[in-house]
Design a protein. Sequence first.
Length: 434
Amino acid sequence: MSDPAPAPVPSDHPRRYELANELHARPFPEVSAPCRAMYLAFKQPRDAATRDRAEDRAHLVVLLDRFGAPHPKPGATHWIGRLGRHTLKWECHTEFTTYTLFLDGLEARPFDPADYEVLPANWLAAAPGLRIASAMIRIEVLENGAEEAVAERLDEWFVAESLSAGYVLDEVAIVASDFRIDTAGHVRFALFVRPDVGARRIGRIVQRLTEIEIYSAMSLLGLPRARDVSARMGEIDKQLVTLMSDLTGDSRPAEEALGKLLNVSAELENLLATASFRFGATAAYEAIVHDRVRVLRESRFAGRQLFSEFVSRRYDPAMRTIRSTEARLRTMAERAARAGDLLRTRVDVERQAQNQRLLESMDRRADLALKLQHTVEGLSVVAISYYALNLASYATYPFYEAVGLSKGLATALLTPVVVLVVFLMIRRIRKGMH
């Protein structure tokens, strides 16, 4: 017997594997406690979403070459590997680039900024962008019964007023931070993990902490924009109210008001267009922050506020301000558009009334012209008849002399005939023209 024919293989979509690999594009790092991590994020101050990302990869390659590390693949958006005795994770995002460096062991001085000396100073200075986030994460082993000692350390390391701390992931670890930038320019995070927690799970917790830091910073970029837009909207709102109040009266010509209203509407649309990307990005980043806090599955530790409570009390009001500014801007643009429609209607009505009056005036003028035409036609009959009578008289005088009629009598007899002929001729011409 012959082997059965192989089953036909369907053709793959050209992006099938690219899309499938996207689900595994940014694996969590494996982190073993005790250790420490440093986190940096760079962002271009303007047009970061459309920047040349090749510059970000080139900057990474310079660092890798200093340590003899392999390069990422062309077009890669992430890389993880050894950087000398340490582990580096690099990610290139839509608006920013991040570096997370893991160092084994603990420094003698908690959150020692000297750890950043691992990264060459001239390399940091040449970064294609400005620092938008910087954090230090201290990862220690949480021994049984050491919760009280942990609480004392947290009081030592962080500002009590904004300290947030809690158990996470069914109490396998404690995370803490005050979300303040220290004198060295870094936000501090402390992570205490049970001895039996695996390296991958620790890596996931660290990843969540760094994502909370960077995405909260990125989402808060919308707040200065919202404040600037809100200040300008206050000025525009006064103009809009004044222009809309003119709709109920005749204090200003409608066309003049329409021109000013169109300028206001154009400015509102411009504000909306220039701020829409930042407001949209803020909403996306805010959703990520809340998701990352939620997946930590926090529970109370030593009576401290949780990350979720800190976010609700300190972070969410800023997000509500941004959302309300965006909603107000859209509402004002819609109001201006509606007012413009009303004014355009008013202008159209006024123009139609003007056109009606113009048509009535034209009708009157046409009537006068017609009457004048009739008058002129009557005079034309007389004038033409006069010249035609002279011609007819000269043409017929020899015949009248033959029958013994005088010139006067002949002229008298010809006059009604000539006038009638001229009248009929002019009348026929006028009918032919109409």
